[in-house]
Design a protein around this ligand. Sequence first.
Ligand code: F6P
Length: 540
Amino acid sequence: MSSFTAGEGALWQALTDAQRRLANVHMRDMFERDTTRFSRYTLQADQLFLDYSKNRLDDAALSSLMALASEAGIDSRRDAMFAGEIINSTEGRAVLHTALRADVAQSLLVDGTDVIAQVHEQLDRMERFVDAIRSRRHCGSSGEAITDVVNIGIGGSDLGPAMVTAALQPYAQSGPRSHFVSNVDPVQIHDTLAQLNPKTTLVIVVSKTFTTQETMANAKVAMAWLLAGVTDLQPHVAAVTTNAAAARELGFAKDSTFLFWDWVGGRYSLWSSVGLSIALAIGMSSFRKLLAGARAMDEHFCSAPLAQNMPVVLAMLGIWYRNFWQAGSHAVLPYSQRLQRLPAYLQQLDMESNGKRVRLNGDAVGSATGPVIWGEPGTNGQHAFYQLLHQGTDLIPCDILFARRGDTADEQGHRMLIANAIAQGEALMRGKEDTQLRDEMQTAGLDEEKIKALLPHRCFPGNKPSNTLVFDQLDPRTLGNLIALYEHKVFCQGVVWGINSFDQWGVELGKELAKGVLNALNESSPPAADESLLGWVMRP
Ligand code: F6P
């Protein structure tokens, strides 16, 4: 393992100095001085094109960032991950979501077992199940076709499948309709089931552990609803889990229990059987294209030199702003209605992975770690929070995403969408100079006093960084590229910070406390000392 420590060393100092040097340089001027900036600061990886020219960066800073990536040992850590080494040290596990999309011809031995063979065995089982449902050979207990699939799961057992299914709707025309229930708020499961017919519904309970409170509670409600409406439960249920014994105990048949493994983190699991609801919606051949897209990004990540490696470049730009410009958040702005769930998906991927404060050896990290990830589809965001991006006091780096081609016949509508995406990147970077504003106001007939009063309010400072990710069309392969890109970006940042990106101990305390609170609520026994919110809530 590398002896590199975030926050220390000559490169860290060089980047601190570079930030000071660039703090007073406007990107507008950098573009003016260097007409090759766009072509030099762009990259292609499979279907994805990245324009990172609108960053507060010059060649010297970029080369220090790349040197930092190298010194942090990103390549050796990456190789260790792909080789199945136990890099999730606090849970004693390998991290092998990349094996979930490996080609069938490959093999990888972990503890004497070929995990890639295991993966393909489950994929083939999924394929038979998916084909049987989509071709209406597998019907409900009354012989009616399955028209609706309800995925019950939370976190990684929900966000990935829900995001991908929404993103790939055009590929889901001949499949059953998909519904996702995650929240323990009973409203969600009751509202979902109220629109459905149990005789034509399949409920998939997805949980790595098969113990998660929210999922088990929702599963219970769904089972009771099914039992009241069908003569045989079995054709209407499936389970996806690493805990086959728990699924069996709850009555799931072996044939309809799909497995994955402890070396798949929940937030990295959509490529496994956890993607069953995706495959049911879009068909197995599209699901395999999604896997192929992720595999192509894996290959790029493993083979491209650091400075041309898209996940590494994105990761190091994130490090640049988080650690040297003190940017506390990062906005994800998909100009794509179908990617509306991407920000929520990336929130878990990034914040559950890198929201850590200690290094692998238990010492405090000597720098800030994962930023807050947030966002909304453009152009909705433009009419809500872009004000703060343009004129607020914080520096918020953004990822802007769009497809060159839309997937409706409305070409003009899509052009309008793209125009907004491009214009926003430009506006964030360029801003608007006082002289131009002044001219505009003079032309509009405003007097000098009014112009002076309005100028500070109407001024756009610009110099706000953004990356733009462009692809031809949002198809399964491209989406596979995109998700794997972000997975590897998060991984690289974790390596630089020296943290374990693959555990999530921080979510445990709330779960434990909720059990105690629920017991008190169930038994109507408020805490002895009534000075608490629980006591207040339980007042008669
Ligand atoms: O609470 C966090 C978490 O453990 C996530 O990491 C995971 O994706 C989610 O809960 C769901 O867990 P499970 O799939 O075991 O139900």
